[in-house]
Write a protein that binds this ligand. Structure first.
Ligand code: PHE
Length: 339
C-alpha cells in the first residue's frame, strides 16, 4: 500500500512538471484528487489494512494530497500571472503618441457683434427689452401705424401663422409693447430674431435686428444723430461718419435712412459700397405722434426717436462675410475663421 502511494506521488510530481496550460491542470486535479481519482481509490482500500498501519498510511495519504493540492495552487497562480502579463502587453498604452487637443470654441460672429452693440447702448443708459417672435399683427403693424391692407406692409414680406398672428418681421413690435407698459422717459433697445419671406446672398428668411427707442421731453433729430454717431463709431471705428437721407416709415415722421462710412474702404469707394464710400445701414426717425397716441403716450408732452438695423449686415461687413446664409449653416470651417 505504502509503495503504491509513493508511486502515485512520484507520478503526480512528474506529470505536474509537464503541464503547460490551465486546462491540463484541471484534468490533472480530477485524475488525482477527484471522486474517482487515484488517491481517493487508494483510500477506499484502507479497510484491508491492519489497524496498526492505518494511522501511518492515513498520514501519508494526507501528506500526498496536501502536496498535490498546494502544487496545483502554485501552478495555477503561475499561469494566471503569465496570462495577466500577456494581456498587459497587448493592451499597453503608447504614452509617446501625441494626444488629441480639446478644441476651443469661439463666439459666433453674430454674438460678437450683438455683444459689442448692446454694450455700447447699455453704456449710454439703454435698457435691453425682449419680446415674442410669434407676435400679434397688432404689435408688429397696427400699433405702429400700419393698418391692415396698408401698402407699406409690402416692404416686409411677412410669414403669417393665422390672420392675426405672425412671425415678427421687425423688432419694432417690442417698441409698441414697451410704450404700452413703460412710463416715460425711457431708453430701450430690442435685439432679436426677425422673419421675412426672402432668401438670397444678402437676405435670409431669419435674420437679426436691433432697434432702439428713446421717449422723453424735447427729443429732436440732433439727439438721434449724436446717439447714432457714437454707436456707429464704437462699432466701426472712431473715424466713422454718418449721413441722413430722407425716407419713409409709417412709424416715424420725419424718417431717415442712415448711411455710415464704408467700413471696408473707410470711405475711399470700393466694390462693397459700390464706389460711394458709404454703406446704407439704418432706418430711423422721430416717432410719429400718432404712434405715441395709439400706445398711450401723451404726444403733447413727449417725443421720441427710434432706429433699427440688421445686425447680420454689421457682422458681415466687419468679418468680410459674402453670403448671409453662411452664418446659419453651422459649418465648423466657417465658424473657425470667425474666432
Ligand atoms: N423697423 C424698420 C425696418 O425693419 C427699421 C426702423 C426702425 C425704421 C425704427 C425707423 C425706426 O425696416
Amino acid at each position: 500500500m505504502e509503495q503504491k502511494l509513493i508511486e502515485i506521488r512520484d507520478n503526480a510530481r512528474e506529470e505536474l512538471c509537464g503541464i503547460k496550460e490551465k486546462e491540463g491542470l484541471a484534468s490533472f486535479k480530477v485524475k488525482y484528487l477527484g471522486k474517482q481519482g487515484l488517491l481517493t481509490s487508494v483510500l477506499r482500500g484502507m479497510r484491508d489494512i491492519s489497524p496498526e498501519d492505518r494511522p501511518k498510511i492515513g498520514m501519508l495519504v494526507n501528506e500526498i494530497r496536501d502536496e498535490i493540492e498546494s502544487k496545483i495552487n502554485l501552478k495555477e497562480k503561475e499561469f494566471d500571472n503569465v496570462e495577466l502579463l500577456k494581456e498587459l502587453e497587448n493592451t499597453a498604452i503608447d504614452i509617446t503618441e501625441p494626444g488629441k487637443a480639446h478644441e476651443k470654441g469661439g463666439l459666433h460672429p453674430l454674438s460678437q457683434v450683438y455683444d459689442l452693440l448692446i454694450d455700447s447702448c447699455v453704456n449710454m443708459g439703454f435698457k435691453v427689452v425682449d419680446g415674442p417672435e410669434v407676435e400679434l399683427d397688432y404689435y408688429n403693424f397696427e400699433a405702429l401705424n400700419i393698418p391692415k391692407n396698408h401698402p407699406s406692409r409690402d416692404m416686409q414680406d411677412t410669414f403669417f401663422v393665422s390672420e392675426n398672428i405672425l412671425l415678427r418681421s421687425q423688432t419694432s413690435s417690442v417698441q409698441a409693447r414697451s410704450m404700452q407698459t413703460m412710463k416715460p422717459p425711457f431708453k430701450i433697445i430690442s435685439p432679436g430674431r426677425v422673419y421675412r419671406n426672402d432668401s438670397d446672398a444678402t437676405h435670409s428668411p431669419v435674420f437679426h435686428q436691433m432697434e432702439g427707442l428713446v421717449i422723453d421731453e424735447n427729443i429732436s433729430m440732433a439727439d438721434l444723430k449724436s446717439m447714432l454717431t457714437i454707436l456707429m463709431r464704437k462699432t466701426f471705428g472712431e473715424a466713422t461718419q454718418i449721413r441722413f437721407r430722407p425716407s419713409f416709415f409709417p412709424f416715424t415722421e420725419p424718417s431717415v435712412e442712415v448711411d455710415v462710412t464704408c467700413p471696408n474702404c473707410k470711405g475711399e469707394g470700393c466694390r462693397i459700397c459700390k464706389g460711394t464710400g458709404f454703406m446704407e445701414l439704418l432706418g430711423a426717425g422721430i416717432v410719429n405722434p400718432k404712434v405715441l397716441e395709439i400706445n398711450g403716450i401723451d404726444s403733447k408732452k413727449y417725443r421720441g426717436f427710434a432706429f433699427g438695423f440688421g445686425v447680420d449686415r454689421v457682422a458681415m461687413v466687419k468679418n468680410e462675410i459674402g453670403d448671409i446664409r453662411s452664418m446659419f449653416r453651422n459649418d465648423i470651417r466657417f465658424l473657425k475663421q470667425m474666432k
